[in-house]
Design a protein around this ligand. Structure first.
Ligand code: COA
Length: 261
């Protein structure tokens, strides 16, 4: 679908797929790739046909090997500031996107690739995947949320190991420390990702959105405030048809059919 250059966009309701598609560069991030991802998020924002977005990489070598290092050469500090801000803005848009986003990490998730993955709601990894923030080896630091989101996700100590030593960790270790939610054998990976996304797509869309927001934003404020936010959202869900359907289905011992209303 669409006429994108650095990504492939496919709508297979209720699921949409974005595949980073720069195989010669291990799906490294270009400005075009980021603009195209941004465009897909805008396109799908209010699209009720789509309940889950999956982001993955072309081929079996890489999810995304980070920012395209060739674009670093000759950059002035101010222009790089604007380039990195655009990437950060897209990762923030992913956190606000009203549907679950699943990163299907089929290979290297390095640098900006790891940062995009940790901006998704779930990280499913192939057993051939590897994670890392190698920017330190370039005389840099992660610039699209690595030092911030990793520290919040896996703790300060482990985040510093990744950001300050620049090493790579395999999928099993990423799973052990909570960076990957699940790991699947490479030959069954796509099928397992699809199954996981189907499960999410059967869920109640408004409650899923509210759970995502409560987790993402309620944890950025003091606990007292986050708990009030959670109570408020819990109350709001009593105005949805899906809440009536979910509770009725439980009492009638049948599977709920959620419509998103
Ligand atoms: N930017 C630009 N090009 C990249 C790239 C990146 N981040 N990552 C990989 N590529 C390119 C390589 O230059 C190479 O291109 P070439 O065939 O024209 O020489 C091609 O992708 C394949 O990569 P290669 O390094 O040959 O594969 P490998 O299996 O030996 O190593 C990696 C794979 C991922 C370990 C290695 O490519 C790497 O370290 N990449 C950079 C990761 C990084 O530092 N990311 C953070 C950037 S801020």
């Amino acid at each position: 679908m669409g006429s994108y250059k650095d990504i492939i966009f496919e709508k297979k309701p209720p699921i949409a797929w974005v595949t980073f598609n720069r195989p010669d560069k291990l799906n490294a991030i270009s400005s075009t790739l980021i603009e195209e991802l941004d465009d897909v998020l805008n396109t799908l924002w209010d699209d009720d046909e789509i309940r889950v977005l999956i982001i993955t990489g072309t081929g079996d070598r890489a999810f995304c090997a980070g920012a395209d290092i060739t674009m670093f050469q000759g950059q002035k500090p101010d222009s790089m500031f604007h380039i990195i801000r655009k990437i950060v803005e897209v990762t923030q848009k992913m956190e606000k996107f009203p549907k679950p986003i699943v990163a299907a990490i089929n290979g290297f998730a390095l640098g900006g690739g790891c940062e995009i993955a940790i901006s998704c709601d779930f990280r499913l990894a192939s057993d051939k995947a590897a994670f890392g923030q190698p920017e330190i080896m370039l005389g840099l630091i992660p610039g699209a949320g690595g030092t911030q989101r990793l520290a919040r996700l896996i703790g300060l100590g482990r985040a510093k190991e990744l950001c300050m030593l620049g090493g790579r960790i395999p999928a099993a270790e990423a799973h052990r420390i909570g960076l990957a939610n699940m790991v699947f054998p490479a030959d069954k990976f796509k099928e397992e990702v699809q199954n996981f996304a189907n499960r999410l797509a059967e869920g109640p869309p408004v409650a899923l959105k509210m759970a995502k927001y409560a987790c993402n934003f309620g944890t950025q404020v003091p606990l007292d405030v986050g708990l009030v936010l959670e109570s408020g959202v819990f109350g709001i869900l009593f105005g949805t048809e899906d809440m009536v359907e979910g509770t009725s289905a439980f009492l009638e011992k049948r599977k709920a059919k959620f419509t998103g209303k």
